[in-house]
Design a protein around this ligand. Structure first.
Ligand code: XMP
Length: 326
């Protein structure tokens, strides 16, 4: 029998005991889990925490601002921002294979994070010392899933902002390890995090990079960002945010089809809507969104996003489809 307040008090105590007066880092992804974990640790040990936000340029519209502005305003946490958009675009140039993309993003992320850490140490004139603790937003279902070993874990190589461990010398601080997503949201709200962060649907670490089927370019990211923002805004306007687990919006960059606009022929890309309902992302069903909403999203995307002339709906459950397309 939990309440957000009792979890909060208990975790703050545990975190203080674990960390003592040492310094601690936390990578922020823009997602709920890392934000709530960081806010908890901030509440517990204040300025001993430095948050690191590696902006890989694969985020959705407004997400970077929500980390850099709203998260900081709500928590008062120290934030180090590494703007690494070019680094990721360069590393991903010419790559279409999904697993290769995932590995590159994971690898570059670790490098960027390590560089950020060195910069933070240098700034604090702590060269030569090491930061001992790293906060991870691991949830209970993550613990169970990776404990399971086989299966889902092998289908896609996951990159989380928590995806740092492997070669890791950090001792982990995982204040959300016993919690489910709805509990994490409640604790986040209790900590004063804004609704846009606390209510956010799950979003993969590799971001839009695995929602562009084909090579990732700056232009394609821009296009997908626009389509995604429209789809999300309309879902919210329809009051259906809580009816879907998440709604990936996918750009089929390697596909083009013929269309007509005014008197002219178009030859553009399709956008796929992938709204799903799920309890834990292990299995999922496609969401039966109202036709009127789908029509509105389709009209707006094809009218407002240049280069897109078709919107299609993914009606596949998981299994056999996965939630993300890559
Ligand atoms: P799939 O596509 O495997 O996705 O059905 C299941 C859930 O996991 C999310 N996902 C990821 N989350 N790093 C993450 O943090 C990743 O690399 C990653 N890949 C997929 C996906 O959005 C869905 O919620």
């Amino acid at each position: 029998n939990w309440t957000a307040t009792s979890i909060l008090d208990e975790q703050v105590e545990l975190i203080r005991n674990q960390i003592g007066d040492a310094r601690v880092l936390c990578g922020l992804s823009g997602g709920v889990d890392s934000a709530v974990a960081a806010a908890l640790v901030q509440r517990a040990v204040g300025d001993q925490l430095t948050c690191v936000f590696v902006n890989h340029g694969l985020l959705r519209q407004d997400e970077a601002e929500q980390v850099e502005r709203d998260f900081v305003a709500a928590t008062g946490a120290k934030l180090y921002v590494a703007n690494e958009q070019d680094r990721f675009l360069n590393a991903l140039a010419g790559v279409s294979d999904p697993e290769t993309k995932r590995k590159i993003i994971g690898r570059e992320f670790i490098r960027a994070f390590e560089e950020a850490e060195r910069a933070i140490m240098a700034e604090a004139a702590l060269e030569g010392e090491e930061i001992k603790f790293l906060v991870q937003g691991t949830l209970y279902p993550d613990v169970v899933e990776s404990g399971g070993g086989e299966g889902a874990a092998n289908i896609k190589s996951h990159h989380n902002v928590g995806g740092l461990p492997e070669d890791l010398r950090f001792e982990l601080v995982e204040p959300l390890r016993a919690l489910f997503k709805d509990e994490v949201r409640a604790v986040g709200a209790e900590l004063g995090l804004p609704a846009e962060i606390v209510g956010r649907q799950p979003f993969p670490g590799p971001g839009l990079g695995i929602r562009i089927v084909g090579e990732i370019t700056g232009e394609r990211l821009e296009l997908l960002r626009k389509a995604d923002a429209i789809a999300r805004a309309e879902l919210t306007a329809a009051g259906l945010d809580n009816d879907v687990w998440q709604m990936p919006v996918v750009l089929l960059a390697d596909v083009r089809s013929v269309g007509v606009m005014g008197d002219g022929r178009t030859y553009g890309h399709p956008i796929v809507l992938r709204p799903v309902s799920s309890e834990d992302a292990m299995t999922a069903d496609w969401s039966r969104l109202p036709y009127d909403l789908l029509a509105k999203i389709s009209n707006r995307i094809t009218n407002e996003v240049e280069g897109v002339n078709r919107v299609v709906l993914d009606v596949t459950s998981k299994p056999p489809g996965t939630i993300e397309w890559e």
